[in-house]
Design a protein around this ligand. Structure first.
Ligand code: ACO
Length: 272
């Protein structure tokens, strides 16, 4: 499968997807949305992709929706506008949120508007200190539409969501980390190394346990205590089936043999 708006690199179990419209600051065009849906579907079943990293080519991570190709060009075509609106919101939110593999947003530069939902949909997010974030919608007389308002409500404290949403002021990577929108911010020169270190660490962990970790967290958010306990118990049984009980036989088994200390290191990473 070839893509015009995306680049794909696979190495050491890590699939790096690069939004590749640098001349348009990686704004998300209808074609980019369609290609991303296909690529995420491909990687879902690709055993060589244990962890996904999403980043941008050139000076931008993603300048949000393509203001011309989406909002302007599709205005006379309401059905096509609706179709693209639906897939654009779906992949950045539900598809990424419930993706069966860990996902990391590596924010290398400009990150505006609709790109906030992409970042929120990823499990982890690491930015360059030099990156520029902004809810720019208000600056052009819009509001954080599509899935963006929900992404803000999911991740940010009310004061921060309304401050940045209503003022539209840009902010850097360190502020993005301080307000909890991302995990951490590092100098641009260290961004790739820092992100790949985290990705490699995830790629070494048991994929079924990682999937259960994501799902346990994400689905519990919307469940009653009773439902969450029942779900968790069922998940434990699913894990036993999926892994062949490796968490008990190998994970706990090797600890009980004194071979490693799971409080301090991952199974298989080090022997005492
Ligand atoms: N949609 C479409 N085209 C875009 C977008 C966008 N979101 N962002 C940048 N571009 C295009 C520019 O029109 C320009 O195209 P051209 O060379 O054909 O004229 C090219 O990318 C480069 O952009 P410049 O403005 O020349 O680059 P600069 O470095 O000066 O500024 C910046 C970059 C800050 C990203 C600026 O382009 C900008 O403010 N873009 C809009 C950001 C935005 O508000 N995004 C929408 C968020 S809301 C939402 O997603 C629903």
């Amino acid at each position: 499968m070839t893509y015009k708006t995306l680049l794909l690199d696979k190495k050491d179990g890590i699939a790096t997807i690069t939004l590749n419209r640098p001349e348009k600051k990686n704004a998300m065009s209808p074609q980019l949305h369609e290609e991303m849906v296909r690529l995420l579907d491909d990687l879902r079943y690709d055993d060589a992709a244990r962890v996904l990293v999403i980043t941008g080519a050139g000076s931008a991570f993603c300048a949000g929706m393509d203001l011309k190709e989406f909002f302007t060009d599709l205005k006379p075509h309401p059905q096509e506008y609706d179709r693209i609106w639906r897939i654009a919101t779906e992949w950045r939110t539900r598809t990424l949120r419930y993706y069966p593999k860990p996902t990391i947003a590596m924010i290398n530069g400009f990150c505006f508007g609709g790109a906030f939902s992409l970042v929120e949909g990823c499990d982890l997010a690491i930015a360059a200190d030099e990156a520029t974030f902004g809810l720019s919608e208000i600056n052009f007389k819009l509001f954080p539409g599509g899935s963006v308002s929900k992404s803000l409500a999911n991740l940010l404290r009310p004061r921060d969501a309304l401050w940045y949403g209503m003022l539209g002021r840009p902010f850097g990577g360190q502020i993005a980390a301080e307000i909890g929108f991302i995990n951490k911010s590092v100098p641009a020169a260290e961004l790739l190394n820092e992100t790949m270190t985290v990705a490699r660490e995830l790629a070494q962990k048991d994929p079924w346990a990682l999937k259960a970790t994501k799902e346990g967290y994400r689905f519990s958010l919307e469940m009653s205590w009773e439902a969450a306990m029942s779900y968790s118990s069922a998940k434990e049984m699913e894990l036993v089936l999926r892994q062949g009980d490796a968490w008990r036989t190998e994970g706990i088994g090797d600890f009980l043999k004194g071979e490693y200390r799971p409080g301090l290191e991952a199974h298989g990473s080090k022997k005492r």
